[in-house]
Design a protein around this ligand. Sequence first.
Ligand code: ATP
Ligand code: MG
Length: 310
Amino acid sequence: MIATLGEIVVEIIAETPGVGFRAPQALVGPFPSGAPAIFIDQVARLGQPAGIIGCVGDDDFGRLNIDRLRADGVDVSAIEIVADHPTGSAFVRYREDGTRDFVFNIRHSAAGRTRITEAGRIVLAASRHLHVMGSSLFSPALIAAAQQAVAQVKAAGGSISFDPNLRREMLSSPDMLDAMASLLRACDLFLPSGAELTVMTEAKDETAAIREILGLGVGAVVVKRGAGGASYHDPAQTLHMAAFDAEEIDPTGAGDCFGATFVTCRLQGRGIADSLRFANASGARAVSVRGPMQGASSFAELEAIIGRAA
Ligand code: ATP
Ligand code: MG
């Protein structure tokens, strides 16, 4: 099994591009969301056993997420339902230049109550890989839960992947950056996108940042480059792969689907180039579908994208 933990939220998307939410406007949603939830949904869609540790409220936003994850094959036994906090939410609006503005209600929502329960320990005990999102490290409790999960999976000989998934709206506490630094040291596979690579190091440029991170003992770094594709780096090799052509309708979730597909392919024994190709196809399909989790793909859907491009 592959496990993850963290925020399970709904996402509500502005219908029109523009700057933020300071005026009434048309919205669409709720969509099931949360970076760890999107990640684990994509793992399950590939037929890989998958489980998530998280917390939702006793409300329709929570039920929407649980029903969707369960339907896609995710083990939802470690999702705790709390009565006194609502399910988290994220409102997102795209600007004309493709950047995004968010309004988050996560830290003070049910997601902020996430902890490792007995059900969570059982999921972790069944897992040989754990994925952590930096966006989940938004409170001391979540940081502690992530560290506990990492320790349990590593002690059992499992591997760890880490995607910083930084959002400027979320970078609230210095604790978060410290926790990210410690996760970077603990992980086997690091999955940054763009500027996250240099934010998390002392390095001035990308090549130096990758060298610095591999020097920490991280086994491999995969850099996500949006429409520019992705590149894989380990101490022995570098491999760049161009993206597949895609019409970008909704970029949210692309990185999560990409990471889930890369991790799943590697654990299933596929080679680096093959895994990168499937991951690129997964990111390409994710951006072409509206709704953060709506674009998670099966292997058949990914093979169709790869086949069309060949
Ligand atoms: P997010 O955090 O918003 O989910 P990210 O910044 O972590 O995303 P991206 O680099 O945006 O990750 O996207 C991940 C992968 O998805 C890319 O490496 C690429 O393979 C694919 N992808 C993203 N955007 C496009 C695009 N416009 N066309 C084709 N493929 C894309
Ligand atoms: Mg990301």
